[in-house]
Design a protein around this ligand. Structure first.
Ligand SMILES: [Mn+2]
Length: 313
């Protein structure tokens, strides 16, 4: 393969991305699926979705996603996933397949025959957008809305330090293609279920700040999901709430899993590299936003992160 879509006619094709896909993984994968469909190329789209897709992303064409996958494909496209282990139960299908194309903005992907990567890009949808333009594929308003969703979510609506002039340029072009900014913004940032707001108030009341490390921490327990009748995938906004604490440089939100382990989300405001901290737990991400899993309890986990921050300050 020489480019993103060379020699794919009459081949079996799977489009996927990281486990529990976010706005960028879904936005890039679904945009690409729509573009191939327009070229009369049939594709399967599948992800490892542990419970359900987040409802605040349901403006995306979720109907393209199915669980009917083959055991292997001629070509697999993987979006927004730097490590094949992050594919979850799709990993085996991907690694069994003949050609793997990885489109991503994480550092050093560990797999893929063709890697279209820019670790400096703000989102995977940005990396994909450049390719689409090179190939002169026809971007309609639905494709533009998918691409814009990844751009908006991965830049924290144009606020994170990865937001540069190319990001705004792409956003402007997507508006010209008919991206529905109001729909995206209302769905992701402008509305919140009442139970989610009540959970938020509980999480705020648990905030602890560690002054030396300028670290703000809170946590969600399994009992919270039951008490507030909310699913974990509806709680991604909580990290943005706790990172607001003004004296903090790093924010940590721990979410208890079914098996009693924790998933951690990290955000950094400035010089602290949270990707390095996450990798000390075998997690990953970017300098300003990363995630990891751990078997440590809350207290030990916080202590480990405080130590990691101290090594950087
Ligand atoms: Mn991304």
């Amino acid at each position: 393969m020489t480019n993103l879509i060379s020699n794919i006619k009459n081949k079996s094709i799977l489009i996927t991305g990281h486990i529990n896909p976010d706005g960028d993984a879904l936005g890039s994968a679904l945009a690409f699926a729509l573009l191939l469909k327009k070229e009369k190329i049939s594709v399967d789209v599948a992800f490892d979705i542990k419970s359900a897709l987040p409802s605040n992303l349901n403006h995306l064409p979720f109907e393209l996603i199915s669980d009917n996958t083959k055991e292997m494909y001629d070509v697999v496209y993987v979006f927004d996933c730097g490590n094949s282990s992050r594919l979850g139960n799709i990993e085996k299908i991907v690694l069994n397949s003949k050609h793997i194309v990885v489109v991503d903005h994480h550092i050093n992907p560990t797999f893929g025959d063709l890697q279209i990567i820019d670790s400096k890009a703000a989102s995977t949808t940005q990396v994909l957008f450049r390719e689409i333009k090179k190939l002169n594929l026809d971007i309609d308003s639905t494709v533009a809305t998918c691409l814009m969703t990844g751009l908006i979510t991965d830049t924290g609506r144009f606020q994170y330090s990865n937001t540069n002039s190319e990001v705004f340029q792409m956003a402007a072009e997507l508006m010209n293609y008919g991206a529905n900014l109001t729909l995206i913004s209302e769905n992701i940032y402008g509305t919140l279920e009442l139970n989610a707001m009540k959970l938020q108030s509980e999480i705020i009341s648990r905030i602890e700040v560690f002054e030396v490390e300028k670290l703000v921490v809170s946590y969600v327990l399994q009992t919270d999901y039951r008490k507030f009748k909310i699913q974990e995938q509806e709680t991604d906004f909580l990290i943005d709430t706790i990172r607001l604490v003004k004296s903090s440089e790093v924010a940590l939100l721990l979410k208890e899993q079914n098996d009693g382990t924790f998933k951690g989300s990290l955000r950094s405001r400035n010089s602290i590299d949270v990707q390095k901290i996450a990798s000390s737990f075998d997690g990953g991400g970017h300098k300003a936003a990363s995630g990891f899993s751990t078997k440590l309890d809350i207290k030990s986990c916080i202590n480990k992160i405080r130590n990691e921050i101290q090594r950087q300050i």
